[in-house]
Design a protein around this ligand. Structure first.
Ligand SMILES: Cc1cc2nc3c(=O)[nH]c(=O)nc-3n(C[C@H](O)[C@H](O)[C@H](O)COP(=O)(O)O)c2cc1C
Length: 330
């Protein structure tokens, strides 16, 4: 198996990084590594598997992120994911939402290093795919290098060779998931120190990274950078990443991306996908450009169009390419 390039990855984001978003992001970036949203093991085992797991080969390389803490279910989910063609399986140890805690997965597992190690070991033994973990640097009142380093040690001993560290702790009680992405302070030095103490594993840093200068700085200290909101909200940021981080100038223009996406919409609508399931991910495509508001307005006016109105999506393309192009893409 060729080594996966995790220099830059798109963070797993619930309700965001579904297969349509990943297809769209892949149109902009050849080199980024993509993650699915978190999917609970129970959903994979008992749900509509094909609908939940199937994806387009074009998205690859893509990792599936699992939520769970039952080692049998995790191992079974890994086997299933391998059959579906994913390139990596990641375990979520960082989500602080109440619902997720109630089901005993996500960030609350940072408190249970031995259970995490058992789960990861079962996963590693169930699949040929690399198994990775994504976690935070602490929880509640615990933001301590020794605690984190010992947790990392257990994850490593389970056979995991890549760990993604969201550089802020999780507050398990009293903060909403949104607040948990803002209020606990970012602590990059803690992540750098973990890399220094664990040179044998790949450490990916995550949290509040928004431009290529920051990315370059982090890459001097860790192995990779994971970005969530900055890419989701402004997907064409990936074009800068391709050019400046991967030295790839062969990047499609925004219009060419929309054109290719319309072909994808055409294909997907025939399979029963609704137009807005795809186009909703493109709201930020013109972020920061003159006329960006027009694109957003156009999408919100037309995206909910019934799919028999697919022509309207084609019209989006016309708008971008024809008379309003100059105004939109100043
Ligand atoms: C809308 C949203 C959904 C998220 N869903 C997940 C998820 O499913 N799994 C996960 O590990 N993290 C999830 N996260 C956290 C991100 O993966 C990432 O760790 C966090 O946003 C910090 O990175 P950023 O500052 O680059 O956005 C989510 C974040 C947001 C904003």
């Amino acid at each position: 198996m060729s080594k996966l390039n995790r220099k830059i990855s798109m963070a797993p984001m619930m309700d965001c990084t579904d297969r349509h978003d990943r297809y769209f992001l892949r149109l902009i970036s050849k080199n980024i590594f993509l993650y699915s949203e978190m999917i609970a093991t129970g959903t994979i085992i008992h749900g509509d598997r094909k609908k939940i797991l199937e994806f387009n080969e074009f998205e690859k390389p893509v990792a599936l992120q699992l939520g769970g803490s039952d080692k049998k279910e995790l191992a079974e989910s890994c086997k299933i994911a391998e059959d579906y063609g994913y390139d990596e399986i990641n375990l979520n140890l960082g989500c602080p939402s109440k619902k997720v805690q109630k089901n005993k997965f996500g960030a609350c597992l940072i408190k249970e290093p031995d259970l995490v190690a058992e789960c990861l070991s079962a996963m590693v033994h169930s699949t040929k795919l690399p198994v990775t973990a994504k976690t935070r640097i602490g929880f509640d009142n615990v933001e301590d290098f020794d605690y984190l380093n010992s947790f990392i040690g257990k994850i490593k001993a389970a056979g995991v060779k890549t760990i993604i560290l969201h550089a802020r702790k999780a507050i398990l009680k009293g903060l909403s998931p949104k607040e948990n992405l803002k209020i606990p302070k970012i602590n990059y030095p803690m992540v750098y120190d973990i890399k220094k103490s664990n040179p044998d594993i790949e450490i990916i840093i995550n949290g509040a990274i928004t431009n290529t200068d920051q990315i370059k700085n982090h890459l001097n200290k860790v192995d990779g950078v994971m970005i969530g909101r900055a890419i989701y909200q402004s997907p064409y940021f990936l074009a800068d990443i391709e050019k400046e981080i991967f030295n790839n100038n062969d990047v499609l223009s925004r219009e060419a991306i929309v054109e290719k996406l319309v072909d994808y919409v055409d294909m997907e609508v025939k399979k029963g996908t609704r137009v807005n399931q795809i186009m909703r991910h493109t709201v930020g495509l013109y972020h920061g450009q003159r006329g960006a508001g027009k694109w957003k307005r156009y999408l919100s006016d037309n995206m909910m169009a019934r799919d028999s109105d697919f022509q309207k999506v084609k019209h989006i393309l016309d708008i971008v390419q024809n008379n309003e192009k100059a105004e939109m893409v100043a």
